[in-house]
Design a protein around this ligand. Structure first.
Ligand SMILES: [Zn+2]
Length: 478
């Protein structure tokens, strides 16, 4: 089974393009593996505990649970509206999750990795973590939130992170964490020297959270609580893939493997950290008022078009820029002129010849090309290289367009020759639409049914015949 996860999103935030980006990537992989006939479990959800939620709820005169219910449903209904094909939407306030976290926390202590002490340091409420002094900006400000941290001393339980340094290094060097460039950042963080991690907060300060099972005066740290959603939410463990933003890779590639090892659980098979988007060249921020909401972008350009753009514009893992010009270029050059044009050209030729059922002799040259294409497409998809996979599709579209020009079927008189060329073209178009289906499910399902297919197919030249039902304009030029 392919078990893929997104981070659970913190319900104090409003859904923005970053949330959509991770969720989209998981959705594309889930759809891809389902199309291959594999069983898939796709887990997403919301992270609901912690001081920030407790404070926000207070400001709004709500209970933290009421605010969590309200905000969690914003995420869930957005994913539903956008057709995200998740299997389970988990909430950290659910009973089965809370029970599991208590159980593993206790086990961690029994295994000797939790001990009581006292912690002093600079604490950022926004990040819900203590910040090393070396990372603070002027005025002891958090480098992410740009607001001053609070210096606090409090009793706490520590997790013996220092016991896992070599273990984590081995994990990081195993190739399980991608892309490789980001692994070095974490390795150098370890190089600076690990410290044991404070994993509880006094209940007097943070009451909105899971209580430490053996000491009711303390609440379990939000990250310890949140990360274990992957274990409580998936039907089996380990996960095949965690998709995360680069800002939270440290939690996933450093703390998470240590937490798991401390309670004798296996490590996830892969962790992939993606980059961040700028908007028209500017960093997105609340203060600049340019936080991009997925719904707005989709209203302007279309759901499938935006899904395509986000995974095509830059290699997954790098940082990118969203601009109207760039979106327009991708839609016109690749979707309208590339895929859409090829599709209507081929259907047009078939209709012109009055053929709706085409069986032909298999052109070995075409079949070999198609085999090669499908093979590279799969290898890129399995490497989580969306950009590369889409590049393969675009090259194959260009090949098919050239194939039409070279074979010039409109000038052919011989019935058999015409059938052979049409067979190759329809076979090619069905592969293109199939390979694009995980990325643009709405349009591609329509395209596939216009050529008589109810589901994607990935085997070139395997069908005896192809059918044509109707012509479609898939991507009108903008
Ligand atoms: Zn912060």
């Amino acid at each position: 089974m392919f078990l893929v996860t997104t981070p659970i999103y913190y319900v104090n935030d409003e859904p923005h393009i970053g949330h959509f980006y991770t969720t989209l990537a998981a959705d594309v992989l889930a759809r891809y593996y389902r199309a291959l006939g594999k069983e898939v479990f796709f887990l997403t959800g919301t992270d609901e505990h912690g001081l920030k939620m407790q404070k926000s709820a207070q400001e709004r005169s709500l209970s933290p649970k009421e605010l969590a219910d309200k905000n969690s449903s914003i995420f869930k209904s957005l994913w539903d509206e956008l057709g995200i094909s998740y299997t389970r939407f988990i909430r950290t306030t659910e009973k089965d999750h809370i029970e599991l976290v208590k159980e593993v926390f206790l086990k961690c202590k029994e295994n000797g990795f939790i001990y009581k002490g006292e912690y002093s340091g600079w604490y950022c409420v926004g990040c819900e973590e203590f910040k090393p002094e070396s990372e603070l900006l002027e005025g002891n400000a958090c480098p992410i939130h740009l607001k001053p941290c609070e210096y606090i001393t409090e009793p706490t339980y520590f997790f013996k992170l220092t016991a896992f340094g070599d273990f984590i290094k081995d994990f990081l060097k195993s190739g399980a964490v991608m892309p490789a460039g980001r692994v070095n950042e974490i390795l150098s963080f370890i190089q600076e020297g690990l410290k044991d991690l404070s994993v509880t907060r006094p209940r007097s300060r943070v009451s909105w959270g899971i209580p430490v099972p053996f000491d009711k005066e303390h609440t379990i740290y939000v990250w310890f609580d949140a990360l274990f959603n992957y274990v409580s939410g998936l039907p089996s463990w380990p996960a095949s893939l965690h998709l995360v933003g680069k800002d939270i890779l440290r939690f996933h590639a450093l703390y998470w493997p240590a937490f798991l090892k401390s309670v004798n659980l296996e490590l996830p098979e892969r962790i992939f950290a993606h980059g961040w988007w700028k908007v028209e060249g500017q960093k997105m921020s609340k203060s600049l008022g340019n936080v991009l909401k997925p719904a707005d972008l989709i209203t302007s350009w279309g759901l499938d078009e935006i899904r395509y753009f986000l995974l095509r514009e830059i290699p997954f893992g790098e940082d990118g820029d969203i601009s109207n010009d760039a979106i327009l270029r991708r839609i016109n050059a690749e979707l309208s002129n590339g895929v859409g044009n090829l599709f209507s050209r081929v259907i047009g030729i078939a209709i012109k010849f009055g053929k709706t059922q085409i069986s032909g002799l298999k052109d070995v040259y075409y079949c070999n090309k198609a085999e090669e294409f499908v093979k590279s497409y799969h290898s890129k998809m399995q490497d989580i290289d969306f950009y590369g996979a889409l590049e393969e599709v675009m090259s194959f579209c260009a090949f098919l367009n050239k194939y039409i020009d070279t074979k010039a079927p409109w000038a052919l008189k011989d019935e058999e020759l015409i059938s052979n060329v049409l067979y190759a073209l329809l076979d090619g178009v069905s592969l293109v639409c199939s390979c694009l289906e995980p990325f643009m499910p709405n349009k591609m399902q329509k395209a596939l049914s216009a050529i008589g297919l109810s589901a994607p197919i990935f085997s070139p030249c395997a069908k005896q015949s192809h059918r044509v039902f109707n012509q479609l304009t898939l991507f009108p030029r903008r």
